[in-house]
Design a protein around this ligand. Structure first.
Ligand code: XIL
Length: 385
């Protein structure tokens, strides 16, 4: 069944977490309170640790096992999102089983603390992140029908378990950033690349008539040809949804900014603000809402000195937020981790000097960094919605 057994959950103390007497709403002056003053919400991803797509149990324990971190989250946030626990590779060890207890712990924590819950994600339609068993599974004599059945049942079962989720990343990252084309997976091979994505949204709407349905991706604001291709691909996808009447409400903007470390460009953030505004104008012009789903600043290319690194990260944060918060369609801002030591970026390609990265608003001792001030200032400066 699951990679974290009931006994394991008890050993981690997860069972008692829901009842922990954390603050009932984010405190006055918190990032969420500043966001709320403008009609928005602020939050973070948080993980209890989970298996990867290969199915092996790694990261067991995770940031959520840290009570001081949980308190910080309850203090600053009005919404959380499970970092991995709702993904197929964490939830579906096989085609029959649902391993809900890790996501349950996070859902209970959100409820106990009066926080909203986002869902991420019903279909990470990317070959690297589908569970390995989907490659070898016997789809039977009518594979297309079996894929449809699997996905529809998954959407119904998972959404029914968490009616408190007000906003779901239904599909994640199906646009290939190098080509702008849709990705191929074991599912799409049988059903079609566009059809599988459409089906996820149709099934989601059927299951959740009033929940915000989001297409989430990492198209970003840099002016390189590759990023331009990614933005164009996402726009084509969003236009297609409208033409075909596919029920999609909002674009999820991941916002992993900072280091531009792949493809033909490297270095630290060279945004093309005009192109980025054009993109956001087109998205909102089609009637889509906006949500920042995964904000962080990768400082990999910046020099080691901490004060100047933090200042540069804060400066970029402010520049990014000022642009996107000017769109009243944006209602929620979530960071992908609230404290540096729990950022996923520590586990991705290291800095050349091997120093820990500083991509989030709080340092390892949970002291606020200049990035927190930048987020606060951006909320204060933002127009109300
Ligand atoms: C990342 C998690 O943070 C890691 O713990 C995990 O190993 C891989 O996934 N875009 C997304 C998120 O949509 O789901 C990713 O989360 C980060 C990039």
């Amino acid at each position: 069944m699951t990679n974290i057994s009931r006994r394991g959950a008890l050993a981690l103390g997860l069972a008692g977490i829901a009842a922990a007497p954390e603050a009932l709403a984010a405190r006055p002056g918190s990032l969420n309170a500043l966001a709320a003053a403008k009609g928005m919400r602020f939050g973070t991803a948080v993980g209890v640790g989970s298996a990867g797509p290969e199915g092996a149990g790694r990261d067991i324990g995770g940031p959520f096992a840290d009570p001081t971190y949980r308190r910080l989250i309850a203090d600053e946030c009005g919404v959380i999102v499970p970092e991995n626990e709702l993904k197929w590779y964490a939830l579906r060890p096989d085609a029959k089983t649902y391993a809900f207890e890790r996501a349950d712990a996070l859902a209970a924590f959100a409820k106990a603390n009066g926080m909203g819950l986002r869902g991420h994600t019903l279909l990470w339609h990317h070959p690297r992140w589908m569970p390995k068993w989907t490659e070898t599974y016997d789809y039977g004599p009518n594979p297309a029908a079996e894929v449809r059945r699997l996905l529809t049942e998954h959407v119904r079962t998972v959404t029914a378990r968490y009616p408190q989720i007000h906003s779901w990343d239904v599909v994640n990252e199906t646009v290939d950033h190098t080509t702008g084309e849709l990705r191929e997976t074991a599912f799409s091979r049988h059903v079609g690349k566009q059809e599988i994505v459409d089906l996820a949204f149709v099934a989601a709407r059927e299951a959740m008539p009033r929940t915000e349905l989001v297409y989430n991706d990492y198209m970003s604001w840099e002016g390189t040809p590759e990023k331009e291709k990614h933005r164009a691909g996402v726009l084509r996808l969003l236009e297609g949804f409208r033409k075909r009447g596919v029920p999609v409400d909002t674009l999820g903007v991941q916002a992993h900014i900072g280091s531009v470390g792949t493809g033909e460009s490297t270095g630290f953030a060279r945004p093309d603000l005009a192109a980025w505004r054009r993109f956001l104008d087109e998205v909102t012009g089609m009637g889509y809402g906006l949500v920042i789903t995964e904000f962080d600043v990768n400082d990999k290319p910046l020099a080691a000195d901490i004060p100047s690194r933090d200042a540069e990260v804060a400066r970029l944060t402010r520049e990014y937020l000022d642009v996107i918060l000017s769109y009243r369609q944006l209602k929620e801002v979530l960071v992908w981790g609230l404290a540096d030591k729990y950022s996923w970026l520590q586990g991705t390609s290291p800095r050349p000097d091997n120093l820990p990265k500083r991509p989030t608003p709080f340092d390892d001792a949970f002291r606020p960094k200049p990035m927190r001030d930048a987020i606060a200032a951006a909320f204060k400066a933002a127009p109300a919605r």
